[in-house]
Write a protein that binds this ligand. Structure first.
Ligand code: NAD
Length: 411
């Protein structure tokens, strides 16, 4: 089996891909980042080429590129990589605007290359087990689902992850990081969202631990109408109460990972009046990975980091469409974007367009609606339902102190 030569962009999150490449038959050959000093150190450590310029990086002899650069800058990077003949795996979000989503899909189709959206949460052992059970009919058809990805953190930790007044984590609207909550439900049930209604939860003055310069709201709830008429509730993102949790109510029962205690255990429930032979009213157990368990257990994010890279390598080797292809990736980005439109319209319904259809793409190909500071102009949306918030002096001072400690000397 010949190794697939891969380059990684972004030396934060990107290093988990750099470390995992060898376990799936990939060979790391290049790293790219604008943080020159740290990049050089890592180049020596991994014994690979390093580039601070993306266009030069793309000239390196390699088959595939993994994008772990800034959250809202993936689509233009992906399009350039596809145009230079590389397969692409991209971190969330796939695109920051509907227009970018259309352009990305067209670029993937034109290139004939593999594009994988790097969602890792569907590959937790309990989510893979839920998919197996659901596909076997254990709980019938989903009528209602819930997905939560709420990653609470103190101000210091947050500032370490968000260096700079305009770092994306300081501007992201509360609905945009929705894929960790939504992707597992899509994967388990093979359904997809066709519309959203959403409400955002603003900052509260009574929250005293908020010494950062985040302009976005801390949380939101998105209701997705799925293509089988079920409803899925998505909740996140940085409110108190860390939660990674998925539940599916089907026409024949319920399944979920445990809310308390061992979160990676699975609970299956059947009504006593609706049981088939072999069913139990309640079954709780700890599922294992269906395959490659040893490799997965060594990887980050509950094994998810192994399986995203594994499926990328497999899709390239077999020249097969991956499950999390460009259409599903852009669909999840569109949930974040359209849900933000809904939040700013007090929960009104917005469609999730079907970008398989060229006629639908035409409607969105010039839709550059964007909450990011570099796109600011009249008509563009604010990052909070409270508008454009200005961080207070003590918040800025504390953030700058943490950034200085970590060696960040930018704005
Ligand atoms: N799936 C997961 O579990 C998971 C976990 C963490 C982060 N992420 C995602 O990974 C991505 C990166 O996040 P992060 O935590 O590493 O923080 P980050 O976004 O701050 O880091 C991005 C890195 O990309 C580099 N970069 C930015 N612009 C560049 C350019 N033009 N050329 C080269 N390098 C550039 C930065 O210098 C930085 O080192 C984000 O999209 C984030 O959402 C996913």
């Amino acid at each position: 089996m010949q190794n697939i030569k891969v380059g990684v962009v972004g030396i934060g999150r990107g290093l988990s891909f750099a470390n995992g490449a060898k376990f799936v038959g990939m060979e790391l050959v290049a790293l790219c980042d604008v943080r020159e000093e740290r990049l050089k150190e890592l180049g020596k450590q991994y014994n690979v080429a390093t580039y601070t310029e993306y266009s030069k990086f793309l000239e390196h002899d390699m088959d595939a590129v993994i994008l772990a650069n800034y959250f809202h800058q993936h689509a233009p990077f992906a399009i350039k990589a596809l145009e230079s003949g590389k397969h692409v795996m991209s971190e969330t979000m796939a695109c920051k605007t509907p227009a970018e989503g259309v352009a990305l899909i067209r670029a993937v189709e034109k290139s004939g290359k593999i594009y994988v959206f790097a969602e890792n949460y569907p590959y937790f052992a309990y989510n893979q087990e839920m998919r197996r059970l659901y596909q076997a009919g254990e709980i019938g058809e989903m009528q209602y689902g819930e997905g939560e990805y709420n990653h609470s953190m103190d101000s210091r930790t947050f500032n370490l992850l968000a260096p700079g007044m305009n770092h994306w984590r300081n501007w992201i609207p509360s609905t945009y990081y929705c894929s960790h909550a939504l992707a597992p439900i899509m994967y388990i049930t093979d359904t997809h969202p066709i519309g959203v209604n959403a409400l955002s939860i603003p900052r509260f003055e009574s929250d005293k631990e908020r010494f950062h310069v985040r302009r976005g709201d801390p949380g939101s709830v998105i209701l997705c109408r799925m293509n089988n008429e079920s409803v899925v509730r998505i909740m996140g993102i940085v409110m108190r109460g860390h939660s990674i949790w998925y539940r599916i109510h089907g026409t024949r029962g319920l399944m979920e990972n445990l809310r308390t205690g061992n979160h990676s255990a699975l609970r299956i429930v059947h009504e006593p009046w609706d049981m088939k032979e072999g069913d139990q009213p309640e079954k709780i157990y700890q599922p294992d990975f269906p395959f490659h368990a040893e490799e997965a257990k060594k990887a980050g994010h509950g094994g998810g980091d192994f399986f995203t890279t594994y499926h990328f390598a497999e899709a390239i080797r077999k020249n097969e469409e991956p499950y999390f292809n460009v259409y599903r990736g852009v669909e999840m980005a569109m949930v974040g974007i359209q849900a933000w439109r809904s939040c700013l319209n007090n929960g009104n319904h917005f469609e999730i367009p079907d970008f398989h259809k060229e006629s639908v793409r035409k409607e969105y190909e010039s839709d550059n609606w964007s909450p990011w500071p570099e796109d600011y102009e009249p008509g563009q949306p604010p990052p909070s339902i409270k508008g454009w918030l200005t961080p207070k002096e003590d918040e800025i001072a504390y953030a700058r102190q943490v950034w200085k400690e970590m060696g960040y000397d930018g704005e």
